[in-house]
Design a protein around this ligand. Structure first.
Ligand code: FAD
Length: 303
């Protein structure tokens, strides 16, 4: 049943017509619990509030699977504008980008050019840029682009999804690169990805522990209290200092736990999606946790 619901919402998240239609309406139907606003100005007060609570943020200007050059260029300009605002407003936050929003499905060199323009501005302001990991079909290209750009810019990193089988070698090659560790949000074939939660969780723990003992900064991105508790024990046992890793969660998820981790002295970063292209993101959150539907129903009937 859970797997059927997952397939259903993942199917919706990939539906081009629904994605385009939803853009016209703005974030609604419960999505505003997880999407902080449609433009960056509206989100600045949210970031300020979190910063006051010692929480840093990573900003995702929503958008993916773009096939139109002008749309990719507009997205790039918006991200660059956001970087200027982050600097001017002195906000404690960095940015997360998606290569398919910046032209990966159009032309690789065009995409690299766009990312490089973003990186240059971010580098001048000492702001970190994270490349989110998308579907497996983009995995190899994403890593190649990351490695290429990392030779020229140190302020770039990416994501490793622990549902994938063959990440061990990549993790080794990326030992000097800042990484976010996640379980993985897309529907992948059994030929490339684990489907059982136990396997994905075991791989998550193995990879996170390896990274925590390594040199480069690691973001542990999960809402799973079991994983977080086991890693907290590991961190204590190995006397790992708290300045070389952080926990990350998505905006609107397990907020009490976010505050609790900060109270316990851990670095914490909230991933904040914003923008008009909210539909695919929201459907993936429903796929992960159909209980989020309760919020949707409440919003429709009680507001
Ligand atoms: P799950 O396996 O979803 O949940 C494990 C358990 O935790 C549940 O059984 C439940 O007991 C508990 N739990 C989870 N959520 C809640 C809740 N809201 N309330 C109460 N209990 C809860 N995926 C990508 O593919 N690419 C990315 O670039 C990417 N970036 C991400 C960035 C961040 C900051 C985060 C947090 C996630 C990101 N993801 C990304 C999504 C990720 O891959 C997972 O799909 C998503 O985080 C769900 O997995 P989970 O680890 O949170 O735990």
């Amino acid at each position: 049943m859970a797997s059927l619901a997952k397939d259903f919402f993942i199917g919706l998240s990939n539906n081009e017509f629904l994605n385009k239609s939803a853009k016209k309406f703005g974030a609604r139907f419960g999505a505003e619990r997880f999407v902080a606003g449609t433009d960056f100005d509206a989100v600045i007060p949210v970031i300020r509030e979190l910063n006051k609570k010692k929480i840093s943020c990573t900003m995702d200007h929503l958008g993916e699977f773009v096939t139109d050059r002008e749309e990719s260029e507009r997205a790039k300009e918006k991200i660059i504008h956001m970087l200027h605002q982050i600097n001017e407003e002195n906000l404690e936050c960095h940015v997360s980008i998606k290569l398919t929003q910046l032209g990966l499905d159009i032309e690789e060199s065009f995409c690299i050019q766009n990312v490089e323009q973003i990186l240059k501005v971010a580098n001048d302001y000492n702001i970190f840029v994270n490349i989110d990991m998308e579907k497996y079909s983009h995995y190899r290209k994403t890593l190649e682009i990351l490695k290429q750009l990392h030779q020229r810019y140190s302020n770039i990193g990416t994501v490793i999804q622990t549902y994938l089988y063959d990440v061990e070698k990549d993790i080794e090659e990326l030992e000097n690169v800042r990484l976010r560790i996640v379980k993985g949000a897309y529907k992948e074939e059994r030929t490339v990805a684990y489907t059982f939660k136990e396997d994905i969780d075991r791989n998550f723990l193995e990879i996170a522990k390896k990274r925590l003992l390594g040199k480069a900064f690691t973001s542990i991105a999960t809402h799973d209290h079991r994983i977080i508790n086991e890693l907290k024990k590991f961190i204590e046992e190995h006397q790992i200092t708290k300045d070389n890793f952080e926990f990350q969660m998505l905006y609107g998820f397990r907020v009490d736990m976010q505050y609790q981790l900060v109270k316990e002295g851990y670095q914490f970063c909230t991933y904040i999606p914003f923008g008009e292209d909210w539909f695919g993101y929201f459907m993936r959150r429903l796929a992960e946790r159909p209980q989020n539907l309760n919020l949707l129903v409440k919003d429709v009937f009680y507001t």
